[in-house]
Design a protein around this ligand. Sequence first.
Ligand code: SAM
Length: 218
Amino acid sequence: MRRADRGIGMTSQRTRDRLVQRLVEEGIRSVAVLDVIRGTPRHLFVDEALASRAYEDTALPIGHGQTISQPYIVARMTELLMAVAPAKVLEVGTGSGYQAAVLAQLVDKVFTTERIEPLASQARQRFRRIGYRNIRVQHSDGSWGWPEHQPYDAIIVTAGGAEIPEALLGQLRPGGRLVMPVGSRSLQQLTVVTRNGNVFEREDLEPVAFVPLISGAG
Ligand code: SAM
């Protein structure tokens, strides 16, 4: 790790604790998720110019018109997925790679897809450099899922769409769970789908605002 990274990492311990405290106040209950958020170097997932803001509970730009999600949303979606104790997770929308890194510390294997090639390769390099060895990244339209490794115990879509892509539901293991922001371009509901056999039980939770899922799958 370079000297600049070490410096930010060290001075940020108190700011990381403050972030975790805020997540607790906002209702995050899972100690495992909170510990992982505290331990994940979010400053290494944003541009150096934004590193000093990395432990604010806010989304930040990552280039190409995309964002790294707000830590609260990452914690909330992770907590919702962890309720089914997944071992193998698919993420659609790698972005910076932060959400995948959080998941990789809680599950055996993470498969993540990103449609913008420079973001996919940057995330791949970050995982290698920081040492996350159980994440596979693919440059692709993730609305088709990643059929090769199905079925998944859990699927997380970190971009908003009008509908949940059928292909993703088909790649979810019975007993598995999918979390995705569903709604209009500017506002969505955090939606949880739990698969019981071939029945998909859907629950709409709080409003959220994500960048759009650009989907060739309709
Ligand atoms: N999970 C990311 C993180 O931790 O930084 C944040 C994701 S950002 C809010 C949404 C990402 O979804 C963007 O990087 C965007 O390019 C990607 N995306 C949008 N449509 C996609 C698609 N069909 N397949 C794969 N990625 C997609």
